[in-house]
Ligand binder design. Structure first.
Ligand code: PHE
Length: 333
């Protein structure tokens, strides 16, 4: 019987050695070491052996064989578990580099870029920066700018009014010029200030108009300021912002808050003239509304559209593209 036990043990060990899955191992474990297995069968046969010595020797052989097979199964189980874990880890591995090799960096919108460059250029020319409220009173937007109630020039602005008491006294500012008054009321001259900001007009969006757009206002107040200072400043700005190949010109125009008034244009290197904005010498009534004596102080003001400059600079054909926030459009700049 001892030889039979040894043979059964070797056969069992050989089978355990080639098991390739946990499920198979569980089945073989039950088959070999269970109640119906070969070693259980040997045990029931021990009683039939003739002598105590033989029983003892055979019993020991069966126990040793059972332990050897059990140990082999345990060892194989550990190997298979380790292998399965490797497979599982590989399957569940998250490739965090899969979507993008590295995070992409955003950048400022082209209007913000133009706005900041304009500020930089004017700071370089010795100006300071101020900002005013986007929701304004009739006084600052119109009346202090020499447009009393019923002045026909008010009709040139397609004004968006805000519900207020009395009605029509509060509005979304139609231009940045009201900040001129706020600056004059706050700071003693001399004043060399630019005032960028968002403005609103009741316009239908098209390729060159938006109901919300951006302007930068300029105000200089000092003693003995003349139209020559205005023209020289516009020219210096044109060269600093657009480059030495650009020049500027003033064309007679009309604004209630400047006298005389002009439109200013820039000439591109290809000889094309582009209208940029309005300007002029600050009207005496405006100086008075700002609390200054027109006999003592004089000055000039200008205002132009930031969106239009960004549009020209980047050759954008339709202003609306800038505000639909399509990342494919914005990423180009
Ligand atoms: N505020 C004017 C506009 O919106 C521009 C302007 C500013 C004109 C300052 C003269 C002086 O069109």
């Amino acid at each position: 019987m001892i030889d039979q036990v040894a043979a059964a043990r070797d056969a069992a060990l050989a089978r355990v050695a080639v098991v390739s899955s946990m499920a198979e191992l569980r089945a073989i474990d039950a088959e070999l070491l269970g109640k119906k297995g070969p070693f259980a069968a040997f045990k029931t046969r021990l009683g039939a052996l003739p002598t105590v010595e033989e029983k003892k020797a055979a019993g020991q052989a069966v126990n040793e064989a059972t332990h050897a097979v059990g140990a082999a199964i345990d060892a194989r189980r550990a190997e298979l578990a380790a292998a399965e874990r490797v497979v599982q880890l590989e399957a569940e591995r998250l490739d965090l580099t899969e979507v993008q090799a590295r995070p992409s960096r955003g950048h400022a919108h082209i209007i913000t870029q133009a706005w900041e460059r304009l500020e930089d250029v004017f700071i370089g020319l010795g100006f300071q920066i101020a900002e005013g409220p986007e929701v304004e009173t009739d006084f600052y937007n119109f009346e202090a700018l020499n447009m009393p109630p019923s002045h026909p020039a008010r009709g040139e602005w397609d004004t968006l009014f805000v519900e207020s008491d009395p009605p029509g006294s509060v509005l979304l500012r139609t231009h940045t010029s009201p900040v001129q008054i706020r600056v004059m009321q706050t700071l003693p001259p001399p004043i060399y200030m630019v005032m960028p900001g968002r403005v609103f007009r009741r316009d239908t969006p098209d390729a060159t108009h938006m109901p919300v757009f951006h302007q930068i206002e300029g105000l200089v107040i000092d003693r003995d300021i003349t139209l020559a200072d205005l023209a020289g400043t516009i020219e210096a700005f044109t060269k600093a912002f657009f480059g030495g190949e650009f020049t500027s010109r003033l064309r007679p125009s009309y604004f209630p808050f400047t006298e005389p008034s002009a439109e200013f244009d820039i000439r591109t290197p290809s000889g094309q003239w582009l209208e940029l904005g309005g300007c002029g010498m600050v009207h005496p009534n405006v100086l008075r509304a700002g609390g200054l004596d027109p006999e003592e102080w004089s000055g000039f003001a200008f205002g132009f559209g930031i969106d239009r400059m960004a549009k020209e600079r980047h050759a954008v054909s339709d202003l609306r593209e800038m505000f639909t926030n399509d990342i494919r459009f914005l990423e180009q700049f």
